[in-house]
Ligand binder design. Structure first.
Ligand code: MN
Length: 293
């Protein structure tokens, strides 16, 4: 089973509205190599695991659980970037006119100015993206490709906008996907694969050139993995010792989950009729009841 903790894995700084960059970030949410895909892929690989190689199953479970929080983080980031992009005004004053210039009108037309389970050009998320062959080495290879492609796309996105919320979330996810590339490579290394630090991690470049990433790397975030469980995890039998990609880096397994950051509270958007409760008096009635208790 799963429990939820009302905290985000990384902080989302306040930033200017930017529906164009928010639309681009949708690729990291609902795209073929986005967070929804890896979350579902690792979940199915965990649930469908056969045999007694528990450390591998525990590693899959830990990273699958972390990915739920990545879906949450990207979703909130998109919402924060859409916030303030329309006006709160009388319907006749066209408060939603900016939606006509947004790359994804569905952010405003179908959703109440919020994220959707689609990619950057609006394709819906597909279960077809998920790879789970039941053959562990193959599944791990596919996972490595998934994380490497995800990092590649995030490094491209990083160069498209300097919006603060956009960059903070991308920097965090670049670090974490980097760690997950190492996790899957290490699991394959345990099986006998030898990796080249000339090719991996992908993409190969000096990540400290991205200041937000550099700051996070100074905390060793790119070499760590939390277990995200309250039961003993055997994940550390795999995720330990030297990084499979060398460079003198050491992998660090940590029990439990990080402290996290405050979840942003978005205001009502009456111009979107969202949440639809402001005028109904429902919240007043509920607050009244709470006071009676
Ligand atoms: Mn992720």
């Amino acid at each position: 089973m799963f429990i939820s903790i009302e905290r985000l894995q990384n902080e989302i700084p306040k930033s200017d509205p930017d529906p164009k960059a928010a639309s681009a970030l949708q690729e990291i949410l609902g795209g073929k190599f986005g967070e929804m895909r890896v979350m579902m892929q690792y979940m199915f690989q965990t649930f469908n695991f056969r045999g007694t190689a528990k450390p591998f199953q525990d590693l899959l479970r830990s990273i699958a659980s972390e990915e739920i929080g990545h879906v949450e983080l990207v979703s909130y980031t998109i919402n924060m970037m859409l916030e303030g992009s329309t006006k709160s005004d009388e319907p006749t004053n066209l408060p939603l006119s900016s939606a006509l210039n947004a790359p994804n009108i569905h952010h405003f037309l179908v959703a109440g100015q919020s994220s959707r389970p689609v990619d950057a050009v609006g394709n819906p998320f597909l279960g077809e993206y998920i790879y789970n062959s039941g053959h562990l080495p193959l599944d791990l290879l596919y996972n490595l490709i998934g994380e490497a492609t995800g990092t590649l796309q995030m490094c491209r996105l990083y160069q498209m906008s300097d919006n603060k919320a956009f960059r903070a979330t991308l920097a965090f996810l670049i670090c974490r996907d980097h760690a997950h590339q190492k996790a899957w490579a290490k699991a394959l290394e345990v099986m006998g694969v030898k990796w080249s630090d000339q090719i991996f991690a992908i993409p190969q470049f000096d990540y400290s050139k991205l200041p937000e990433v550099k700051e996070l790397m100074q905390t060793n975030l790119h070499n760590q993995q939390w277990s995200f469980t309250n039961s003993p995890s055997q994940m550390s039998k795999i995720f330990n010792g030297e990084s499979p990609f060398g460079k003198g880096e050491t992998l660090e397994a940590i029990d439990g989950f990080p402290e996290g950051f405050e979840v942003p509270q978005l205001p009502e958007a009456t111009q979107e009729f969202s949440s639809g409760l402001l005028q109904s008096g429902v919240m007043d009635q509920m607050n009244q009841k709470t006071r009676q208790i």
